[in-house]
Design a protein around this ligand. Structure first.
Ligand SMILES: *[C@@H]1O[C@H](CO)[C@@H](O)[C@H](O)[C@H]1NC(C)=O
Ligand SMILES: *[C@@H]1O[C@H](CO)[C@@H](O)[C@H](O)[C@H]1NC(C)=O
Ligand SMILES: *[C@@H]1O[C@H](CO)[C@@H](O)[C@H](O)[C@H]1NC(C)=O
Ligand SMILES: *[C@@H]1O[C@H](CO)[C@@H](O)[C@H](O)[C@H]1NC(C)=O
Ligand SMILES: *[C@@H]1O[C@H](CO)[C@@H](O)[C@H](O)[C@H]1NC(C)=O
Ligand SMILES: *[C@@H]1O[C@H](CO)[C@@H](O)[C@H](O)[C@H]1NC(C)=O
Ligand SMILES: *[C@@H]1O[C@H](CO)[C@@H](O)[C@H](O)[C@H]1NC(C)=O
Length: 363
């Protein structure tokens, strides 16, 4: 009988030898460990399968940066370089005097590094070489398509050129996000790198993406190493190879569902709306096929992370990223700073040449 069984022998046995205690422990462990794991796995699975609905948006032309007035739409940043470069960003008047920014009615707008000041000059470039960083006065919000037509990307040992979107106020960064469209260092021969930089909770890990570029770091949070989440392109997406192909067009679509970039270069036929058409055809990214870079909003609230974006273009010299890559860049044995100070001739290819920037807005 059960009663006598428990009443006699069992009562003196320690609690941990009882079968039902172990059964209870097993059940609790199951609930505490297995259930959350299963839930996490199924959430991950859901995340892997989710993909934004990038349905067609109707864009209209909002603004064009082209021709002689190209640089009128920017302010010239003249502060201490936030990226610790060996550079003096000059104001507009100095840029004009040294011809570091130059725009013409043939739609070539050039932004370049000084190539005149050498070690024998007075003053010399030992405290930094003249260059330019411009920030658009207009700022943009979500549901915008940027079409950057680029004729020449800057390259050369010691250079760190970039074209990006961000809120220029350094005291709020990265609360309003940063979208790096073109970025490379030194010879620029490892291809373009596009990245997002954000505050916490914008992550590309384990989410479905559709793109031809190569995913790099996945967490966009500026936190630990500030690398952002990146996508790399082939060697012809920047520098000499890109320029030799006649440049190209980079289209950046920033919408609630995600951020995507397409690169058309090397004489490729441009999709309707991206060329020099005289017609009123508006570009339609939903017809362009797979993007080069895809940052879906699956695990990133795009509206919460990106606001107040200006267009920013610069050519930094040395600085954090260039220095980090200097030893493997094939740029010789001197330091980056000495190289930049002493070799004005080394910067003849260190120039951006823009054909136009066109900004489209979806309603
Ligand atoms: C995507 O969104 C469009 C426009 O809202 C809608 O017509 C279409 O049915 C949606 N597609 C899917 C697969 O949900
Ligand atoms: C875009 O325009 C077409 C044609 O006018 C219309 O049918 C469609 O609903 C519009 N789409 C959006 C997202 O506004
Ligand atoms: C200024 O630079 C542009 C573009 O590189 C060039 O075409 C032009 O001749 C230069 N002007 C002067 C005065 O050097
Ligand atoms: C310059 O670009 C604008 C905007 O794309 C265009 O309307 C104009 O025709 C272009 N001018 C030349 C000379 O190509
Ligand atoms: C990330 O951004 C925050 C806020 O501006 C800043 O305090 C922090 O230093 C940044 N982290 C890195 C690694 O740059
Ligand atoms: C636009 O036309 C100019 C002058 O004809 C040409 O040099 C340029 O490559 C064209 N740009 C595009 C994007 O087709
Ligand atoms: C956007 O920038 C303007 C100043 O340029 C500022 O007044 C506004 O508060 C900013 N908005 C956000 C969301 O940060």
């Amino acid at each position: 009988m059960a009663h006598s069984y428990y009443g006699s022998e069992e009562v003196s046995r320690p609690w941990y030898s009882k079968k039902r205690v172990w059964t209870a422990v097993a059940v609790i462990l199951l609930i505490v460990i297995v259930v959350p794991v299963a839930v996490t796995v199924s959430k991950e699975k859901q995340k892997e399968n989710r993909y934004p609905n990038y349905s067609k948006l109707n864009y209209t032309l909002l603004e064009t940066y082209a021709g002689e007035t190209f640089f009128d739409k920017f302010t010239y940043f003249t502060g201490y370089d936030p990226a610790n470069g060996h550079v003096h960003y000059v104001p507009r008047e100095t840029a004009a005097q040294y011809n570091l920014t130059y725009a013409s009615n043939t739609n070539t707008s050039v932004l370049k590094v000084d190539t005149t000041v050498g070690p024998g000059s007075n003053p010399d470039a030992s405290t930094g070489r003249f260059s330019v960083r411009v920030e658009s006065t207009n700022q943009y919000e979500v549901n915008t398509l940027f079409v950057f037509s680029i004729l020449h990307t800057p390259y050369g040992c010691g250079t760190w050129p970039a074209l990006w979107l961000s809120d220029p106020r350094s005291d709020v960064w990265p609360a309003n996000g940063e979208i790096d469209v073109f970025e490379a260092t030194n010879l620029g021969n490892t291809g373009n790198q596009a990245s997002l930089h954000t505050t916490k909770n914008c992550d590309m890990s384990g989410v479905k993406r559709k793109m031809t570029g190569t995913a790099g770091n996945l967490d966009c949070y500026n936190g630990t190493e500030n690398t952002g989440c990146g996508v790399g392109g082939g060697v012809s997406t920047f520098g000499e190879k890109f320029n030799d192909g006649g440049g190209g067009v980079m289209a950046v679509e920033w919408r609630e569902e995600g951020i995507r970039m397409w690169m058309f270069g090397n004489g490729e036929t441009l999709p309707a709306g991206l060329g020099n058409e005289t017609t009123e055809t508006m570009p339609d990214p939903s017809a362009w096929g797979e993007a080069w870079a895809d940052f879906p909003g699956t695990d990133c609230d795009i509206d919460a992370h990106f606001r107040n974006q200006s267009i920013i273009a610069n050519i930094d010299l040395c600085g954090d990223l260039t220095e980090a890559k200097w030893d493997t860049s094939g740029c010789g044995s001197s330091t980056c700073v000495d190289y930049v100070s002493d070799n004005p001739d080394a910067f003849v290819d260190a120039y951006w040449e823009f054909e136009s920037f066109k900004i489209y807005k979806a309603q």
